[in-house]
Design a protein around this ligand. Structure first.
Ligand SMILES: [Zn+2]
Ligand SMILES: [Zn+2]
Length: 254
């Protein structure tokens, strides 16, 4: 299994005039909105979320195949690239399997109403095949064992995902409920939200993420959904052993 970080950024991290991080020559300080691509041993690609820059991330990472999409939740920074799946539809002729909780699927039907309304044939609409999933209900896609897990994004219940026994992607989280903890303990790699240095209502800030990491004890943690608070090299030098910032284009073999 391979994990590629397509985006490690947040919406409030858009380039800011005069910000040293945003104008840094280090490409690891350039952050698209958050998503990851998980590649199975047969080359199948499962994407978590479709952020606004999904197309750019696919071009930069030479992604030529997409087999399924999993959604964490329906905020704009996680869904607004969905229309671009039409590229894969053209190539395969297959409607893209899209997995999410029922409320997120309802949001997709509403926000992307044109996809689901019958219209003139031709003109090119994305073809998606919506499928319900829920926390604690495992699924297997192309040999990848996937466990959706409940986490809370402020008051909003959303999904994190565990892939196999050793890796989990936990973005947009401010509370990990008790039933989810055992599934996140002792991982080889944890990707975890750490939106900024100051406390935040709906995300872990850096200290909250570090407290959680100390309890979960993964071998390695990549922090994601990052604002321009963080210069890559400077921040990594401050972080405890085994904890680092993720960066766009980073690839991990698991
Ligand atoms: Zn969100
Ligand atoms: Zn987000």
């Amino acid at each position: 299994m391979k994990v590629t970080v397509l985006g490690s950024g947040t919406s409030h991290g858009v380039p800011m005039i005069g910000c040293a991080v945003c104008t840094s020559p280090d490409p690891r300080n350039r952050r698209l909105r958050p998503s990851i691509l998980v590649t199975g041993d047969d080359g199948a690609n499962v994407l978590v979320d479709t952020p606004p820059e999904m197309r750019i991330a696919f071009l930069e990472n030479h992604v030529r195949r997409l087999d399924a999409i999993l959604y964490t939740h329906s905020h704009a920074d996680h869904i607004f690239g969905l229309d671009d799946v039409r590229t894969f539809n053209y190539r395969t002729g297959i409607a893209m399997p899209v997995y999410a909780e029922p409320g997120v699927l309802d949001d997709l039907r509403r926000i992307y109403a044109y996809i689901f309304q019958p219209t003139q044939v031709g003109g090119g609409k994305p073809q998606v095949d919506l499928r319900e999933i829920g926390p604690g209900e495992p699924l297997t896609l192309h040999g990848l064992d996937i466990l959706p897990l409940r986490v809370c994004h402020g008051r909003l219940p959303i999904l994190a995902y565990k892939f196999g026994p050793r890796f989990a992607y936990v973005t947009d989280v401010s509370v990990i409920p008790p039933e989810t903890w055992p599934h996140l303990e002792g991982l080889d790699v944890l990707m975890l939200d750490a939106v900024r240095r100051d406390p935040h209502e709906t995300h872990f800030h850096l200290d909250a993420a570090l407290e959680t990491i100390a309890l979960l004890q993964p071998k390695r943690t990549l922090l994601t959904h990052l604002s321009h608070d963080y210069d890559y090299a400077q921040t990594n030098a401050e972080l405890p052993p085994g904890v680092e910032l993720a960066y766009d284009g980073q690839a991990l073999e698991l």
